[in-house]
Design a protein around this ligand. Structure first.
Ligand SMILES: [Zn+2]
Length: 132
């Protein structure tokens, strides 16, 4: 990933984070997914008083892209309030489903790491027919 793409993704994730709906955890997260169509799809976490209904920023960003017709994404950037905000297991699996190659994980101090999804989720689940 080139530096300019990373910068644009982090910027979009930061902007989305401002709209996060997290009145329960107060853990505000923004994410931005770069689609293979070149479009950046941003999302924020959206919580619910019935906690299990909450959805992470990363999935909301990807689902927004899917709803727009995109089926493959190069990278997803995440901006949160933790020292080191990383995607949860469910989001990693959704990233695998839609071909995400890289995760741009940001730190509170502004630093970031570009990580390969296959390192974050080796042996991701895929639905394959039995071939016996
Ligand atoms: Zn998640």
């Amino acid at each position: 990933m080139d530096g300019e793409s990373v910068r644009l993704l982090i910027e979009a994730a930061k902007k989305a984070r401002e709209r996060a709906y997290a009145p329960y955890s107060r853990f505000y997260v923004g994410a931005a997914a770069l689609g293979e169509d070149g479009v950046i799809y941003a999302g924020c976490n959206v919580e619910n008083s019935s906690y299990g209904l909450s959805c992470c920023a990363e999935r909301n960003a990807i689902f927004r892209g899917v709803a727009a017709g995109c089926r493959k994404f190069e990278a997803v950037a995440i901006v949160g309030s933790a020292d080191d905000t990383m995607p949860c297991g469910a989001c990693r699996q959704v990233m695998a489903e839609f071909g995400v190659s890289y995760v741009v994980a940001t730190r509170a101090d502004g630093a970031y790491r570009v990580l390969a999804l296959e390192d974050l989720l080796p042996f991701a689940f895929t639905l394959q027919e039995e071939t016996e």
